[in-house]
Ligand binder design. Structure first.
Ligand code: ADP
Ligand code: MG
Length: 327
């Protein structure tokens, strides 16, 4: 089974950033208000994600590392309307098969924390007592130490860290209610408190996308039956340093979708006569029953039941918002 995990790992674990993504999603799934991410050497040496979520009971620790041991799907209905971000139940198993992984956790009703360590394909059964507040810390050391071919494909420390940073940016844009810190080689790169007010949210956007972006952005907020679109679209006065500042969330999950991209671009072009790719951070909220997010577990795809309706709503909303401020 450990070999099967290693094979499965190829699907989930491409590079340090993919590990970070899975661990942070787990933390948020566990109701964390605060997630601290620590990275060393671009993540190749260490990835540590600590949360203050519900924790994992001692008896469930080894289970959490076994394949398809998800606690998040109980019925077929759940699978169809995935409320939580994770749904596959194999991320931890896959990651642990290609790294040295330690899981330390404590639930509210435990006196002390427990820690389990796994190294590559040798599943260690031993659980030892540990000190940890309520919540979970996952440490992933020496990623791909036992799959040298894969390790060779890691890029420079800087490139790998940029991917991690981008991953955290997406997570933090998707969850204003949670706080995040990101450290690389003992240096604090991001420190984001939970953002509840509009001002806090704009501040977070400024930290993650640059003050320039927020200073040049039009605020979007519109509703139609069963649909809401809100966020920020930058005007052409925004001169971006980032190549591609385009974030679109559907019910909290970042996605890439041709239909959506077309609607945004078309509105931008029609109103501003500008052919550039607009920069935006947008949030679409729809009835979960009208969107399928299970198309692919790691690619960020969705399928809308009524794509035309969604497209037109986005187009009309942005068209109006941009026309209102057109110089
Ligand atoms: P999935 O997230 O798809 O369920 P994972 O392999 O990512 O699968 O995690 C397996 C299980 O371990 C989860 O279902 C959850 O019960 C538990 N788990 C993992 N990380 C955490 C965490 N940070 N806090 C609480 N429980 C966790
Ligand atoms: Mg998961």
């Amino acid at each position: 089974p450990r070999l099967a995990n290693q094979i499965a790992a190829g699907e989930v674990v491409e590079r340090p950033a993919s590990v970070v993504k899975e661990l942070v999603e787990n933390a948020l799934d566990a109701g964390a208000q605060r997630v601290d991410i620590e990275i060393e050497q671009g993540g190749a040496k260490l990835i540590r994600v600590r949360d203050d979520g519900s924790g994992i009971g001692e008896a469930d620790l080894p289970l959490a590392l076994s394949r398809h041991a998800t606690s998040k799907i109980t019925t077929l209905d759940d699978l169809e309307a995935v409320g939580t971000l994770g749904f596959r139940g194999e991320a931890l198993a896959s990651i642990s098969s290609v790294s040295r992984l330690a899981l330390t956790s404590r639930t509210e009703d435990q006196e002390a924390a427990a820690r389990v360590e796994v190294e590559g394909r040798d599943m260690a059964a031993s659980i030892s007592p540990a000190a940890h507040p309520v919540g979970t810390t996952v440490e992933v050391r020496d990623l791909f130490f036992n799959t040298p071919a894969r390790r060779k494909f890691l890029r420079t420390e800087k490139t790998e860290f940029n991917h991690v940073d981008e991953c955290i940016r997406r997570q933090a844009l998707g969850r204003f209610d949670a706080g995040f810190t990101l450290r690389h080689n003992q240096r604090t790169v991001q420190s984001l408190r939970p953002a509840h007010s509009d001002l806090d949210k704009e501040r977070r956007i400024g930290s993650l996308c640059g003050q320039q972006f927020i200073d040049n952005a039009v605020v979007i907020d519109a509703e139609a039956t069963g649909l809401r679109l809100w966020g920020w679209v930058a005007l052409p006065t925004f001169s971006r340093s980032q190549a591609d500042l385009q974030y679109f969330f559907v019910n909290g999950r970042v996605i890439r979708d041709k239909l959506v991209a077309h609607a945004v671009r078309q509105a931008y072009r029609d109103v501003l006569y500008n052919n550039r790719h607009p920069a935006f951070v947008l949030y679409l909220e729809v009835d979960p029953a009208t969107v399928d997010v299970n198309v692919h577990p790691t690619k960020h795809e969705v399928r809308f039941r009524d794509g035309r309706l969604v497209h037109d709503f986005i187009f009309r909303t942005l068209h109006k918002a941009l026309a209102d401020v057109r110089p």
